[in-house]
Write a protein that binds this ligand. Structure first.
Ligand SMILES: [Fe+2]
Length: 234
C-alpha cells in the first residue's frame, strides 16, 4: 500500500514528537504492508514551522535514517490549510505539493460553515492554477449540508481522500455513504501518533475489499495513490 497523507516527520506539527515514536509508527506501517509514504506536515500559517528550507533539511535527514533501517520509501509534501494566501505561497514556493507534482492535499476548517464560500474561492484559484486538488477526509467535516458541499467539490474537479480510521469511528456512516456512492478516489492514513491510525490500515483494506471487491480496494489504496505519487492522471 501507498500512503499519501501522514504526520510522522517528527517535531514539526501535531504528529509524532520525536524520532523514536516516528520510527515505531513507520515500523507499524511496514508491518501493515505499506511500501511508500509521503510525509505531509501541516502547513498552517502562524501555527507550525513554515520555513520550507528548514523542513526539507529535517526531512532529508529523517528519510536517510528511516530508509537505511526500514524497507520503506519516503517522499515529501504538505497538508495545506485552505487560506487566501495559499495560492501565492505555492507560487512563491513556500510550501509543497505531493512529491513535487501537480497534486496537493487541501484541508478545510472542520467547522465554520459560514465562511465556506470564502475558503472555497481559494480552492477555485488552485484549480485554475492547474493543481489537482485533493480534499482531505471529507467525511470528517461538521457541516449540516456536508453532502451538498462534497458534490460541489466533485463538480469542480476536486478529488476526495478518505481517512482509513473513519471506517471504524464516528465518521463511519459518512465514510460508507461516500464509498457506496463511489465518490472516494483514495484512502490514506492521516497517521499522527503511533497506535492511533496505522494500526487499522490493513483492517480498512480488508473491509473495503469485502464490501466492494479486490479491484476497488487496489484502486483506492495502491493504483490511485501510486499515480498521485508519480504525478500521473488518476
Ligand atoms: Fe492530516
Amino acid at each position: 500500500m501507498i500512503d499519501v497523507h501522514c504526520h510522522v516527520l517528527p517535531a514539526v506539527d501535531d504528529g509524532c514528537s520525536e524520532f523514536g515514536s516516528a520510527y515505531k509508527t513507520l515500523r507499524d506501517a511496514v508491518e501493515e504492508g505499506i511500501s511508500d509514504v509521503i510525509l505531509t506536515p501541516h502547513f498552517i500559517k502562524d501555527k507550525y514551522i513554515n520555513d520550507k528550507d528548514t523542513l526539507l533539511m529535517h526531512y532529508e535527514t529523517f528519510k536517510r535514517r528511516i530508509e537505511s533501517e526500514l524497507p520503506l520509501k519516503l517522499y515529501y509534501g504538505n497538508e495545506l490549510n485552505v487560506d487566501k494566501d495559499l495560492p501565492l505561497n505555492l507560487k512563491e514556493n513556500r510550501c509543497c505539493t505531493l512529491n513535487n507534482g501537480r497534486y496537493l492535499l487541501l484541508e478545510f476548517p472542520m467547522r465554520q460553515r459560514e465562511y465556506y464560500d470564502y475558503y472555497d474561492s481559494c480552492a477555485n484559484e488552485l484549480l485554475k492554477m492547474g493543481y489537482k486538488v485533493i480534499v482531505c477526509h471529507p467525511e470528517r467535516y461538521d457541516f449540516d449540508d456536508l453532502f451538498n458541499i462534497i458534490d460541489k467539490w466533485l463538480d469542480k474537479g476536486c478529488i476526495l481522500q478518505l481517512n482509513q480510521d473513519s471506517l471504524f469511528n464516528k465518521f463511519k456512516d459518512n465514510a460508507i455513504r461516500l464509498l457506496n456512492e463511489d465518490k472516494i478516489s483514495l484512502i490514506a492514513s492521516d497517521s499522527h501518533v503511533r497506535l492511533k491510525r496505522y494500526v487499522t490500515m490493513i483492517d480498512a483494506f480488508k473491509m473495503v475489499e469485502e464490501l466492494y471487491g479486490h479491484d476497488r480496494v487496489e484502486l483506492l489504496c495502491n493504483i490511485n495513490p501510486r499515480n498521485i505519487l508519480e504525478n500521473r492522471e488518476i
